[in-house]
Write a protein that binds this ligand. Structure first.
Ligand code: SAM
Length: 139
């Protein structure tokens, strides 16, 4: 690689790093101070200006892949489920099955959030619509 190209790549990397840092700071701005103090670690030295979600939160995060069109594995019970824009191409019977599976993992009183262009009208009658795309399972 020529020197000039190296310089451009380096500048791009710096710019990209700067954008990521800016995004992290914007995210941090939306988090209440008490939560930041209790659940995030402030970067020092080379990490100055960044933050890291604390281990007690990170250790509770689990990634897994499931097919919503099949019986779900034992995932546990959730307070909130985000199912944004996942059902946009499903027909009504498929949506009904998916929502029923997902609701079985939602605790009573928990919230189900779907995409802004989606609706559960005619799909399920057991959840209460709180606002467009926000539903609550009865307690
Ligand atoms: C339009 S994307 C929406 C992605 C993201 N939730 C968002 O709002 O930007 C639809 C997503 O639904 C997922 N999806 C579609 N059918 C699925 C299924 N049967 N089980 C699990 N995920 C599915 C796709 O993998 C894809 O990630």
């Amino acid at each position: 690689m020529k020197n000039e190209n190296l310089k451009i790549s380096y500048r791009l990397a710096l710019a990209f790093g700067g954008i990521l840092l800016m995004l992290a700071m914007l995210v941090a701005l939306g988090i209440p101070r008490d939560y930041l103090r209790a659940h995030c670690l402030k970067g020092v030295g080379a990490q100055d200006g960044t933050f890291l979600v604390a281990p007690h939160i990170r250790s509770r995060v689990r990634f897994s892949q499931v097919n919503l069109n099949q019986a779900l594995p034992a995932l546990g019970e959730f307070d909130v489920i985000f199912l944004r824009n996942v059902m946009i191409y499903f027909d009504i019977p498929t949506k009904q099955q998916v929502v029923s599976r997902v609701l079985s993992c939602l605790r009573p009183g928990g919230y189900l959030l779907i995409g802004h262009s989606e609706s559960l009208n005619g799909v399920v009658g057991t959840v209460k619509a709180l606002a467009p795309s926000i539903y609550r399972k009865p307690a």
